[in-house]
Design a protein around this ligand. Structure first.
Ligand SMILES: NC(=O)C1=CN([C@@H]2O[C@H](COP(=O)(O)OP(=O)(O)OC[C@H]3O[C@@H](n4cnc5c(N)ncnc54)[C@H](O)[C@@H]3O)[C@@H](O)[C@H]2O)C=CC1
Ligand SMILES: CCCCC/C=C\C=C\C(=O)C/C=C\C/C=C\CCCC(=O)O
Length: 262
C-alpha cells in the first residue's frame, strides 16, 4: 500500500511515539487524524504540522480511547473530513502499575475498541476499501518486565489479539491487515516519568535498570520508521515486529495446529 493520498488515524498522537508516527505518515503523503486526551498538546501539534505539511493534512480530535462514544465520534469525524479511513495506529498507552485497571482499559481494551471500529469502517464486506491496522505493543508483549506485571499482561494481550484478529480478518475477506510493533525502551515521557508509577514490585527496579543499560533507549523516529514497512508491505499480516537499538525483525511464534483453523 503506497501512502500518498491515504488517510490515517493515530491514537495518543499528541506526544511521544504517536507524534513521531504522525510525522512520518505525513512526510510520506498521508493525511492524519491526531487523537488524544491532551487537547492543548494535540491542538498545538496540529497547528505546527499543518504549517509544515500543508493546510488540512492533519486534524486534531479530542478522544479518550477508554470511551466508546468519543472513539466512535472521532472515527465519524475523521471519515467525514478525509472521505475514508485507510490506516489505524492504536498507539495510546500508559505505564502505571499503581493504576493497573486503567492500564487494562487503555492499553488493551482501547486497542480492541479501536480495532473493532476500524473493521466496521474499513472492511470490504461492509462497503469499505480495506486497509491496515498497526497496534503498538512492546517488547513487554514478548517477555516479562518484572517491575510491571500488568503492563506486561496488557502488551501480551495486544499481541494475542493482533494475531487472532489478523487471521480472522483474512479468513473473512475483510481486506484489512493487522500487525503489532514491539519496541524496547523509548525515550518518551512514559519512560522518563516511570519512577513513581511502579507498584508493589518497585523494589526490583535495579534489575529493570540493568535491562535498560543492556538494551539501550531508542528515539521516537527510529520507532516510527518501522511503521512504514508494516503499513506498506501487503504480505505482512498478524506479524509482531520487534525493534531494539541493536537489531530489528519479525518475531517467530510456535506453529500450533489449532491456529491453522478458524
Ligand atoms: N516509551 C517506551 O519505552 C515504550 C512505549 N511503548 C508503547 O508506545 C505507546 C506510546 O507510548 P509513549 O509515546 O512512550 O508514551 P507518552 O506518554 O510519551 O505518550 C502517550 C500519548 O498517549 C496519550 N494518551 C494517554 N492515555 C490516553 C487515552 N486514554 N486516550 C487517548 N490518548 C491517551 C497521552 O496524552 C500522550 O499524548 C504506548 O502504547 C506504550 O505502551 C512501547 C514500548 C516502549
Ligand atoms: C525501572 C525501569 C523500568 C522502565 C520501564 C519504562 C518503560 C518501559 C516500556 C516498555 O514498553 C518496555 C520495553 C521494553 C522491555 C520489556 C521487556 C523485556 C523482556 C525481556 C525478556 O525477553 O525477558
Amino acid at each position: 500500500m503506497a501512502l500518498d493520498g491515504k488517510t490515517a488515524i493515530v491514537t495518543g498522537a499528541a506526544m511521544g511515539i504517536g507524534k513521531a508516527i504522525t510525522e512520518i505518515l505525513l512526510k510520506n503523503g498521508a493525511k492524519v487524524a491526531v487523537l488524544d486526551v491532551n487537547k492543548v498538546e494535540g491542538e498545538n501539534l496540529v497547528k505546527d504540522l499543518n504549517k509544515e505539511y500543508g493546510a488540512d493534512r492533519a486534524l486534531f480530535l479530542s478522544c479518550n480511547v477508554e470511551s466508546d462514544e468519543e472513539f466512535k465520534a472521532a472515527f465519524q469525524k475523521a471519515a467525514e473530513a478525509f472521505g475514508a479511513i485507510d490506516i489505524l495506529c492504536n498507539n495510546a498507552g500508559i505505564l502505571n502499575e499503581e493504576k493497573w485497571q486503567d492500564m487494562i482499559s487503555i492499553n488493551l481494551a482501547g486497542v480492541i475498541r479501536g480495532t473493532y471500529l476500524a473493521l466496521e469502517h474499513m472492511r470490504k464486506t461492509n462497503g469499505g476499501g480495506g486497509g491496515v491496522i498497526v497496534n503498538i505493543a512492546s517488547m513487554a508483549g514478548l517477555g516479562p518486565l518484572l517491575t510491571c506485571p500488568v503492563y506486561t499482561a496488557t502488551k501480551h494481550g495486544v499481541i494475542g489479539f493482533t494475531r487472532a484478529v489478523a487471521a480472522a480478518s483474512a479468513a473473512s475477506n475483510y481486506g484489512i491487515r493487522v500487525n503489532a510493533l514491539c519496541p524496547s525502551f523509548v525515550g518518551t515521557e512514559l519512560f522518563t516519568t516511570i519512577e513513581h508509577k511502579l507498584g508493589q514490585f518497585a523494589h526490583l527496579k535495579g534489575a529493570a535498570n540493568q535491562l535498560v543499560e543492556k538494551l539501550g533507549v531508542l528515539n521516537t523516529p527510529e520507532v516510527a520508521e518501522c511503521i512504514l514497512e508494516l503499513v506498506t508491505d501487503e504480505t505482512k499480516n498478524g506479524e509482531a515486529f520487534m525493534v531494539r537499538t541493536e537489531m530489528k525483525g519479525y518475531v517467530p511464534f510456535p506453529s500450533l495446529s489449532s491456529t491453522d483453523k478458524p
